[in-house]
Design a protein around this ligand. Structure first.
Ligand SMILES: [Zn+2]
Length: 220
């Protein structure tokens, strides 16, 4: 499944965007996929050497990855690296949902797992605001975390933020939606979230198909 993500070396934040060297990753970018893979690459193949890992995964493949697990990048063997690749802030605009941001904090290697959150306008059509939010900060020298729990927390946070926008469509589509309680019996926020999930909201951002990086870069 195409779930887009960022992998990068976090040096700071610029408003809602992470700053540092980073690359795009196309497939299986959710925590149980790419998050777990990165954690285990750090512990296994790279033997706890964070700089070595970032050099190999980020600096040497600035074109980004189709699938890191398969060793399939966009820049080799043809070296088609485009201008602007390799920058976390820029790559944030490629429709990424998750980010894996590495930094050393108090001498410990850490991986911040962040989720891109968006607010839509009141018609639910245009993004009026977007920002990255840390869902978990994982010490890489500690126990392996529960990736499923992190993933669920991220999707739940996304659904909560998006709860308000679905009110428009939920009320328009009220006829025929079975099992929904009447408007007076339920608080509006809870109803909106349920309606949102019913539409398959959590899968929606990842279902836009193969990345079209040529147009996506001009999107925002
Ligand atoms: Zn490459």
């Amino acid at each position: 499944m195409a779930t887009r993500a960022l992998i990068g070396r976090l040096t700071g934040w610029s408003g809602p965007y992470p700053v540092g060297e980073g690359v795009y990753h196309h497939w299986d970018g959710y925590p149980t996929g790419l998050g777990a893979l990165l954690f285990n690459l750090f512990r296994g193949e790279y033997k706890g050497n964070l700089e070595e890992m970032l050099k190999e995964i980020v600096d040497k493949h600035l074109g980004g990855w189709s699938d890191l697990a398969a060793g399939d990048c966009y820049c080799h063997p043809d070296e088609e690296t485009a201008d602007g690749f390799g920058d976390l802030q820029w790559a944030s605009h490629l429709g990424c949902e998750w980010a894996y941001l590495f930094a050393v904090q108090d001498g410990r290697p850490m991986m911040v797992v962040a989720r891109l959150l968006t607010e839509l306008d009141n018609r639910g059509e245009m993004i009026s605001r977007e920002w990255w939010e840390a869902i978990a900060t994982v010490p890489l020298d500690g126990e392996e975390p529960d990736w499923k729990a992190i993933e669920t927390a991220g999707y739940e946070r996304y659904a909560t933020v998006h709860g308000g926008i679905v009110a428009v469509e939920a009320s328009e589509n009220r006829v025929g939606s079975s099992g929904e309680e009447s408007e007076s019996e339920k608080p509006s926020t809870a109803r909106n979230q349920v309606a949102h999930r019913g539409r398959g909201g959590r899968g929606q951002p990842g279902q836009r198909g193969k990345a079209n990086r040529g147009t996506a870069r001009y999107r925002s």
